[in-house]
Design a protein around this ligand. Sequence first.
Ligand code: PMP
Length: 395
Amino acid sequence: MNIQWANGVSGMDNPAVNDVLKIIQRNDIISFAGGLPSARSFPIKELAAAFHSTLLEEGAAALQYGVANGYEPLRSWVAERLQKQGIDCKPGNIIITNGSQQVLDLACRLLVNPGDAIAVENPTYLAAIQVFKGAQANILPVPVDAYGMNIDELAKVLQREKPKFIYVNPTFQNPTGVTMTVERRQQLAQLAAKYQVPVVEDNPYGELRYDGTPVPPIKSFPGGEWVLYAGTISKIVAPGLRIGWMAAGEEFIAKMASAKQISDVLTNSLTQRALYRYLCNHDIDNHIGTIVAQYKEQRDSMLEAMKAFFPAEVTWTIPDGGMFIWATLPENIDTTKLLPEAIKEKVAFVPGAPFYSDDTGQSHNTMRLNFSNSTPDMIYEGMERLGRLLKAHVR
Ligand code: PMP
């Protein structure tokens, strides 16, 4: 069939990543490639009880249409939680979305015309790149170092161009695991206000902290009214629920609700209510504590195994939280070419290239390693296999 696709469609696909995701579903492979939370942490019985009682006790409302902004008690729960993290907000500043992924898509619908610019960390979350390319945006890469997005470089970009927004994943970033410093957060909020450019602060991993002290969200600093804050239940309860949220000024929330209305009318009413019940009946912080203890052990196992099995020429980030470690290999190793060899050895990772939005070629020798979905034993075994392969390639 000769289908005439719309202009943005070619940017939505990432065949390399689709291939990796297919391969890692083979259960003979130890995969550090996905970004899946551990299924061991899902509160299955508790959610079953919450769904059951929601249907029995408020079935008619739970099965009915509702407002696009989301279930009010859940919005209040989110607002209260964000207030504790220093974000000044009320339920009217919250919209419930189908995961935080939908925030990125709807933000593009509201702000981006084809050819408009969006500034991003380089590297960044690859599904964000896909959304932005789908919106036919011109992506402006800003380098990331051990302290997060380089704000001096961002300032240079803002002097030259006016992006429609700045996208950042400042805490335990996907893919690098790095966290933006307090000073840079402050500077970023100031720059947003000075240049009147919104920031989309995407924070799915912030509550998964294993070391150090929490860093306040960018939205909590002066200038924070320019920040659209995206959060999610995916990494602290379960991603299959598809519940996320955005916190923003009321004007933006109203436009977002219109965009959501035309996109999917509203987020699943039954799930919103059942999740709210679950949150009321259980101590979520205690549950997060269990996840944190598990992932910390897995992160430590991965770091230990890297030290033991990787050649000395390889360097890597040491994330204080989240789900990812980012490794940089010697220049002569191209991780995209290395992957098929790794799969033969029954271990997988994601090559770094798709996380970069430019083609400068700096990305070929990096890889993302996920530790949330493998036990310590699997991590040691997989890292030993990968280490052996790397040693064979180091010159
Ligand atoms: N942003 C980032 C940085 C992510 O890593 C993810 C999930 N992998 C998402 C957004 C989307 O999460 P969800 O839609 O499940 O909330």
